[in-house]
Write a protein that binds this ligand. Structure first.
Ligand SMILES: [Zn+2]
Length: 180
């Protein structure tokens, strides 16, 4: 419902701008504000979807990391960490989500896609992102692993979510506290 309202406002402003009902400058300001707000809202929705994947991992006794891949506003791949279940060390949430996204669109090139993941990706997953041409990564919690070294990832856009960092990090803490 809320989303519909935002879309409605967005459409209304575009129409007003096209028909010259309001001054161009004012319209552009409103337009970019609505866009910014709408964009921020959608980022949170995708991060929420990634957190839901991480919760599934937790329920399965896996380290809770979840990921989704978004193309043109649609989630085209979801995944959560399945290392324990599969006994395969490379079955990270990102890799599973990438595999599903490629299958869904029938292409290995994930151009114009964004990866939303609850934990800052490891080097293997960064490599997979570069290989599949994903343009941007938005992650929740910071990766504290010593194996995780900061490098310049070929100008890859890597951003931390302002809203879901704590929730993603708390899921991981819960898992490790229960393990002890
Ligand atoms: Zn990884």
């Amino acid at each position: 419902m809320f989303l519909l309202k935002i879309r409605y406002i967005n459409r209304g402003v575009t129409r007003a701008l096209e028909t010259g009902q309001i001054r161009k400058k004012a319209a552009l300001t409103i337009f970019s504000c609505v866009h910014l707000f709408y964009g921020g809202y959608m980022i949170n929705q995708y991060m929420k979807a990634a957190v839901n994947q991480a919760k599934k991992a937790l329920e399965c006794g896996e380290v809770p990391v979840g990921a989704v891949i978004v193309k043109e506003g649609k989630i085209i791949g979801r995944g959560f960490n399945k290392k324990e279940k599969t006994k395969v060390g490379t079955e990270h949430a990102e890799i599973i989500a990438i595999r599903k996204a490629c299958k869904k669109i029938g292409d290995w090139r994930l151009n114009d896609c964004t990866l939303y993941v609850t934990l800052e990706p490891c080097l293997m997953c960064i490599g997979a992102v570069l290989e599949t041409r994903i343009e941007k990564i938005i992650y929740g919690a910071k990766n504290q692993s010593k194996k995780h070294k900061k490098t310049d990832f070929y100008n890859l856009k890597l951003e931390q979510s302002q809203t879901f960092g704590e929730e993603a990090s708390n899921l991981l803490k819960t898992f490790f506290i229960n393990k002890r």
